[in-house]
Design a protein around this ligand. Structure first.
Ligand code: SF4
Length: 420
């Protein structure tokens, strides 16, 4: 790990700190600082820090926090909720796991600060069930913080998720927590008005919440100055695929793909970069000409892709991008909640055609169907949530960038492996 503030206390073996160890590192000082401030002043500080949500959409965290109603303005009695989303399921994503396993007290601090800012009374950390080590670390740390009286009036607990990709969508997550099938809800009402059990709710990603103590400890200006662009802070990048040392790297927001790949020992396999997906399997492919694009939400969108969770997948030219898209498409087809027909039917259809292209059994008309499916399915708003649009966008970008390879696959199936 680096010396940068978000993960500087993470041990290389990910052993979590006891409460006493964490306090010796200055832990919970940021909580005291937040509690000395009015809730609205904490939100203002997070706004001035320019913290964008780290769950994929990049929505300003403070704006989301401001959606929560002031106490006494909601009809009826009952709690309000902060849900810390650690149901990390995206292909290539492994960043939130670090916070859950190695920095549970930092996450608790962040939840207390966010809860104070939003007048929230209950915090639930939803964790992918496969992250058993993270669940245990969080449960231990919450029990320690509670016994020490650090939670104040906040009730906090961990909830294991059954593990579906769609649970990353905040309203589907709320449905799942209520014990129902995880399908997205119609909005409005938005979760801040009517969320979990009909009560005001905010869903934030693990990494977003882990940044709150960094902001409170160092101040908004220092947090913004960590970044090389207008989007504040550092980012935990997860780099995988064809690099020599796949790893997590904390680096300033706006760091380039060239620098990150260099820090991973360079491109492996053939050593020649074909392309990279900057934001996970649902983000559009970028090429060598984009190596110096500052990686943040705005710059990556302007380059024609999506920054998402900062999960970068690297392809060298001995890796078949059609095979990569086929695998991702199978994943998204499996994870579709089945609510809308274009998603339920279109994603498996596209996956089957991609598999046929790999096997050399596709027909020329299949390519036309694939192009039409990508063109019709990728614009936002064509389906109930963004799962289908994201999957189709990555397919569309592959068709645009690797058109000659698709034609080649049509004629011969996949020969890329044989050429290297
Ligand atoms: S786009 Fe797919 S995942 Fe999203 S609501 Fe429709 S069927 Fe469900």
């Amino acid at each position: 790990m680096t010396g940068l503030p978000l993960t500087r206390h993470a041990r290389p073996d990910r052993r979590p700190h006891s409460l006493a160890e964490w306090r010796a590192l200055g832990g919970y000082d940021a909580v005291a600082a937040a509690r000395a401030m009015a809730p609205a002043a904490v939100v203002d500080m997070v706004a001035a820090a320019a913290l964008n949500g780290r769950g994929g959409a990049g929505f300003p965290a403070a704006t989301k926090w401001r959606f929560m109603p002031a106490p006494g303005t909601t009809p009826g009695d009952g709690p309000s909720y902060l849900i810390v989303n650690g149901d990390e399921m995206e292909p290539g994503a492994f960043k939130d796991r670090l916070f859950l396993e190695a920095l549970p007290h930092q996450l608790i601090e962040g939840a207390i600060i966010a809860a104070h800012a939003m007048h929230v009374t209950e915090a639930i950390v939803l964790v992918r069930d496969a992250y058993r080590t993270g669940i245990a670390a969080m449960e231990t740390a919450i029990a320690e913080a509670e016994a020490a009286g650090l939670l104040g009036g906040l009730h906090m607990r961990v909830h294991g998720s059954a593990g579906r990709y769609i649970v990353g969508e905040e309203t589907a997550l709320i449905e799942a927590l209520e014990g129902k099938r995880a399908v997205p809800r119609k909005r409005p009402p938005f979760p801040a008005q009517s969320g979990l059990w009909g009560r005001p709710t905010t869903v934030n990603n693990v990494e977003t919440i882990a940044n709150a103590p960094v902001i409170l400890a160092g101040g908004a200006d220092a947090f913004r100055a960590l970044s090389r662009t207008g989007e504040g802070g550092t980012k935990l990048f997860g780099i995988s695929g064809r690099v020599h040392r796949p790893q997590l790297i904390e680096a300033p927001m706006g760091t380039t793909a060239r620098e990150l790949i260099d820090r991973c020992g360079g491109v492996s396999g053939s050593g020649v970069l074909r392309a990279f997906q900057p934001g996970g399997g649902a983000s559009g492919f970028l090429g060598p000409e984009h190596l110096d694009v500052p990686l943040d939400f705005g710059h990556v969108a302007a380059a024609g892709s999506m920054f998402g969770t900062g999960t970068m997948i690297v392809l060298d030219d001995s890796a078949c991008p059609i095979g990569v898209v086929a695998r991702h498409m199978r994943f998204y087809a499996r994870e579709s909640c089945g609510w809308c027909t274009p998603c339920r039917e279109g994603l498996p259809w596209a996956a089957r055609i991609l598999d046929a292209l790999e096997a050399g059994t596709a027909r020329a008309t299949d390519l036309d169907v694939l192009r039409m499916t990508a063109a019709e399915g990728s614009p936002r708003g064509r389906s109930f949530c963004d799962l289908m649009g994201g999957a189709m966008q990555s397919l569309g970008s592959a068709l645009a960038r690797f058109g000659d390879l698709f034609d080649d696959h049509l004629a011969h199936g996949c020969t890329i492996g044989a050429r290297h």
